[in-house]
Design a protein. Sequence first.
Length: 210
Amino acid sequence: MPYVAIKLDVVRSRRVPDRQHLQDRLLAAVEGINVRFPGVIAARFVVTHGDEVQGLLASPCPELVTILEGFYDALHPHRLRAGIGFGELHTRLQPAAIGMDGPAWHAATDAIDTAARERKFVQFRGFGETQDALYTALLNLLLWQRQRWSPQQRQIIARLGNGTTQAEIARELGVTAAAVSERLQAAGWKHYAEGQRVLQRLLAGAAAKV
């Protein structure tokens, strides 16, 4: 049975003055992701070496996009890189994502090494040559755009993601609906959401073939 192995680390974490605060944020992010996505996580995300995280998903599910977005948002403005590997395990599945080996983990390790070498946000390996290139290019574009959102744009988009309407957001923030719409347009939200949906559909299609 193939799995999706995810490895993340914080770029230039050794230059961060308050390493303890960074690790606390990383631990909180891991706990939040494990609580939010129990249905798709095969082995819980864990912090492995202070500023490195790994986890295992049961399939290339659409939630993969939201999980990565969650980690990137939780650590912003620190930059993360991620390696996503698809393949089987050669050892027994564990409750937490440690103590396992197999092609899924090898692909994830190769992917994050490539992401570091080529200065990418994310790299996919093991899904097939065309799929790896497509998923990597699309998600890098999305994350590049996401990191450029202002704090207020992030606030508005987070509320939209929770199901709040633009009119409700405007009332909460004490601004006009037109102002909310202008900030979403400046963030390129319409294009981002379209790219996000496309990538999620592609991953759902990959999961259906497993």
